[in-house]
Design a protein around this ligand. Sequence first.
Ligand SMILES: [Zn+2]
Length: 343
Amino acid sequence: MHFSWKAKGSGRVAQAVAVLAGVLLSISAIACGGTRAGSDAVASDVPLAQPAPPPSQTGGFNGARAWSYLVKIVDFGPRPPGSANIQREQRYLASELNSFGCKVSQDHFQAETGIGLLHMDNIIAKIPGKSPGIILLLTHYDTLRLPGFVGADDGGSSTAMMLEMAHDLCGHPGPLAVWIAFLDGEEDQTNFTTAQQAQTVWSDSNALFGSRELAAKMELSGKLKQVKAVMLADMIGDSHLRIDKDSNSTPWLVNLVWGVADHLGYSKYFLTKSMAVDDDHIPFLKKGVSAIDVIDFNYPWWHTVQDTLNKCSPHSLAVVGHVFLESIKALDKKFAPRAPAKT
Ligand SMILES: [Zn+2]
């Protein structure tokens, strides 16, 4: 993802400075040989991983199991598009989804990128509904093209969360169909050499490949018209979870999701400040579909090799998973209300 410099408001610039300052803080701590245990400054910035509440407290979402998916995904190592590691990840995602009883389609396509033609794959789990409307959930599963970057939060966390969503939803058709799309090629396809470069270089035409492909294909097939809402999750594993509103997202959908979060007692994680984010929801917004990006951009390790598991927590995966599950129920109510009982 990328935040829009062109958007109004100086908050964004301050935000970027804060993010970069955090990066410098963590880099300097490492340069000094500091560790979490050995540096108070860094220790206070990195809360110890909080365990997930039991699924009975998070609407059935199993945060501990989502965390086990994340551990496995990060274990594949850096996962840029076209790499042997991302192919391993693709096989893993498809085999897990199949094991949950999901109907899975794998859409293979060629992407013309700044570094040449790349093979990419969108993997989509489809849970049928009782009415024609579709709720489309999105995550990207590729990681930044930066040596040593394993993307525990950026690429890993939302992918693990969506795997757990599929585990919960597959085999349980609801009022609306739910499609869960695991997207390739979200990151800018430049071979980055430094974090600083990876935090500033972004081109709309050299990123968002999977979402652009999916939006175009769904438009061609006519399925896009059935989509009631697109819900994208990105970077939601941060153990210090602070999710600002994205001002590019569709206002009614932001209100719905934030209303759900407030109702569940999560207003300390779902904040009222807003910033503008370019991410996989944009191709759908451009085609007139309502969409939201749930993203915690208050993450000092964004696009650095310090984006590792120890900055994330099962608790954060559970909070966001719970909000997504309950938001689906709220969307069901809004778009597929039960017919009144016959008297
Ligand atoms: Zn990224």
